[in-house]
Design a protein around this ligand. Structure first.
Ligand SMILES: Cc1cc2nc3c(=O)[nH]c(=O)nc-3n(C[C@H](O)[C@H](O)[C@H](O)COP(=O)(O)OP(=O)(O)OC[C@H]3O[C@@H](n4cnc5c(N)ncnc54)[C@H](O)[C@@H]3O)c2cc1C
Length: 380
């Protein structure tokens, strides 16, 4: 039998949540192993849009990042209800967001984390013994972190009701590299993502260009008939000349995840924490999940430091308190499905009229719902 190796922390999942926490703990001198089932670089189903708050929270050096990677500054938006003419808003000379490719972004963050990386290694077995976790029969640790995204096995081990009982956002997207001819002909501008809200405001579709890459997708509360909604949207985009037929026919990827008001997963247990999508933290209005993933990792790092090596459930409660202080009270399991996420019914009619105005699309839709400019990052 091989000897068990000990680490101060084992993080399951090397996405933005896992790599951010790994970096913070490693910088503080902890021995940290990150397990990810995928070999990196790996694709991740995502539009690949990050706000300046993410850049600040990560302390990202954009000059270093853009070397050999796609970094598309965003200066404006085109916003519409599906079937109506988009409203164009110019947000000025300073970028209000960036387009990145998750394949590159996640790899960059994981590599710079300074942690021991065990990629292409899924979480297999998990046992609790003597106040520690035994992971895959090879590692022991007093602190296990679930950062494995929506279907994180640590969330399941902590009692999360993955699947049927949860009210999820269903999403589909594709990301394609345009040929030189397609890139030249495309009317989609890299500095101006396009957002199209469904008439019931239960979701929206997007067309985001990053250099020669085009990401097109749709997200809706509840995954029912998502494919049909996407079909209709793509057909509309082809009719409007926004997408060429062969681009619109690209192979799609699908995923589901939780918006914060619908998430009733536990945030902590004895010797364990959940961060990022594993905890269900995405912003309800936009579905942005990278910022909450990164911020939850920073809050977890602080809470872990405050524990002074004792990770009893009540000591780790500081993490749950910090999450609630920042994002609001957690849903209870009974209330999780009933709570509204995107704007409620009463506001839908007004919003549909307002969606035709510059004021609403710029001040509310983009600045408030999507950019969250009114909430300062945790790190300036
Ligand atoms: C279609 C779509 C578009 C989106 N667009 C945006 C956007 O533009 N901007 C934005 O901010 N958010 C967006 N989101 C949300 C965003 O992708 C997530 O919120 C974010 O990736 C969460 O980061 P994370 O680190 O918590 O999890 P993830 O990024 O999901 O990383 C989890 C990691 O855990 C690993 N893992 C899973 N299971 C195991 C296992 N058993 N063992 C070991 N490792 C495991 C996975 O391989 C993965 O690398 C989008 C989501 C979807 C579905």
């Amino acid at each position: 039998m091989s000897a068990l190796e000990r680490r101060d922390a084992v993080i399951v999942g090397g996405g933005p949540a896992g790599s951010t926490l790994a970096r913070a703990l490693a910088a503080a001198g902890a021995t940290v192993a990150v397990l990810d089932k995928r070999a990196f670089p790996r694709d991740k189903t995502c539009a690949g849009w990050i706000t300046p708050a993410v850049v600040a929270n990560l302390g990202l050096d954009l000059e270093d990042y853009r070397r050999g990677r796609v970094l598309q500054p965003i200066h404006g938006f085109r916003v519409a209800r599906m079937g109506e003419a988009p409203v164009y808003n110019d947000h000025g000379a300073t970028p209000v967001s960036y387009g990145i490719r998750r394949r590159e972004f996640d790899h960059y963050l994981l590599q710079r984390s300074g942690a021991e990386l065990r990629t292409a290694t899924a979480l297999g077995s998990l046992e609790r013994a003597g106040g520690e976790w035994l992971v895959n029969g090879t590692l022991r640790t007093p602190l296990l972190v679930g950062a494995g995204g929506h279907f994180c096995p640590v969330a399941r081990a902590l009692g999360a009701d993955l699947g049927r009982a949860e009210s999820v956002v269903g999403a589909q997207e594709f990301e394609v590299r345009l040929s030189a001819g397609e890139a030249a002909r495309s009317p989609v501008r890299g500095d101006t993502p396009q957002l199209y809200f469904s008439p019931d405001l239960a979701g929206y579709a997007w067309v985001v260009r990053k250099g020669d890459w085009l990401n097109v997708g749709i997200g809706r509360r509840g995954p029912r008939q998502l494919g049909e909604h996407f079909d209709r949207f793509l057909a509309h985009m082809v009719r409007e000349g926004v997408l060429e037929q062969n681009v619109a026919g690209a192979r799609r990827n699908g995923h589901a995840y939780l918006l914060y008001p619908h998430a009733a997963r536990p945030l902590h247990a004895d010797g364990a924490l959940l961060i990022g999508d594993a905890a269900g933290l995405a912003y309800p209005e936009s579905g942005e999940g990278i910022r909450p993933a990164v911020e939850s990792a920073l809050l977890a790092a602080e809470a872990i430091r405050a524990c002074g090596g004792n990770y009893a459930r009540q000591r780790l409660a500081g993490y749950a308190a910090a999450i609630e202080a920042r994002y609001g009270a957690r849903a209870t399991r009974a209330g999780a499905v009933a709570q509204p996420g995107l704007p409620g019914l009463a506001r839908q009619y007004a919003a549909s009229l307002l969606m035709r105005t510059h004021w609403f699309t710029q001040q509310i839709v983009t600045r408030r719902w999507f950019l969250h400019e009114h909430v300062a990052p945790l790190r300036a």
